[in-house]
Design a protein around this ligand. Sequence first.
Ligand code: SF4
Ligand code: SF4
Length: 366
Amino acid sequence: MGFLLPRRKLESFLRALAKRHTLIAPLQREGDGLATFETVKRPEDLARLDLERNPPFSAKKLFMPPYEHLFAYDMATQEVTDKKVEEKRRVVFGLRLCDLNAIKIQDALFLRRDFTDDQYRAAREETLLVGWYCNTPPSPNCFCESMELTNYYDVMVRELPDKDAVYLDVGSPAGIVLLEGLEGVKLVEHHEAVPRIATRKRLNTRDVRPVYDHPSWKKTAEERCLFCQRCTIVCPTCMCFDVYDKTSEDVRHGVRKRTWDSCLSKEFTRVAGNHYFRPERAARFKHRIYHKLAYYPEVFGTPMCTGCGRCISECPANIDWVELINEIEKERVGSGTNATSEKNTRNETITTSGTNARSVTGAERR
Ligand code: SF4
Ligand code: SF4
């Protein structure tokens, strides 16, 4: 199910959404012009809307902020006060399919049947996801075509230049409700298939287990990587965090907090007894990539990378791990030691109706 809207009416559509919900969209930051997901506070803010680039910092901060107050406690009264949750429903507009799939990955982890992260769930339940389809990939480092992306949204907006219109593909019952009765917006029912996104860059294999000991990993980790952790900060699927208490001097009351962390940090691998379970740089460098391509898929069935390319674009050492794997793979295939697993170079076809899509409300818990 879907609707057509004249292209020139897109701003009115966003204004109408902002009247009913807290609207968050990629806006050029005042001052330096960096595109970031920000709340549209006034209609004039939409003049800063940036749909050309995918913001370097993803929307993951909206569901798990970099610094988060989890709860406060008081030992004297034995009271625990939960964090206040925003009541007005949020709509995040402008999410690319890679970032929508990153949210799917986070949902799979934090909204499991056997464990739910309460803060994450509260943020997700109050949020509707409205995508912005990439007719052209926004960065030469995008390689989402090599990943198993699915349609995971409440609504996807796609420009149809030949019709001078945008097509709104509805992906969930909440998406239909979202589009109903928007003030001053006339939608015409229409159906278009949402095609697969084609990228120039490709990851030629996800089957990295046989090359764990290849010397290029160690060389890159020891000679180039700065371990600055920028790649994990910008990654929409990286989810390592640290939890700590900030207590009063008499330890009678305090606040429990959560902050983002990174598996690239040696300190992150420190455990009781002052042991480090990944002390070597190469082991930490590889872990980030092996977690995404090998360990996570073993449990959840899909890669933990959506091919957004941010970690490559934002790396100050210009490390391109996709090219690194492609080179290793080329060498392996060339030497005839082990043929590439063909299944991993193929992608599943993206379903054209948005039936997979999702607000969390009413969505099936994984
Ligand atoms: S951004 Fe680049 S240099 Fe920094 S930790 Fe990641 S791979 Fe290493
Ligand atoms: S690993 Fe890199 S390409 Fe993959 S989702 Fe994270 S930032 Fe994007």
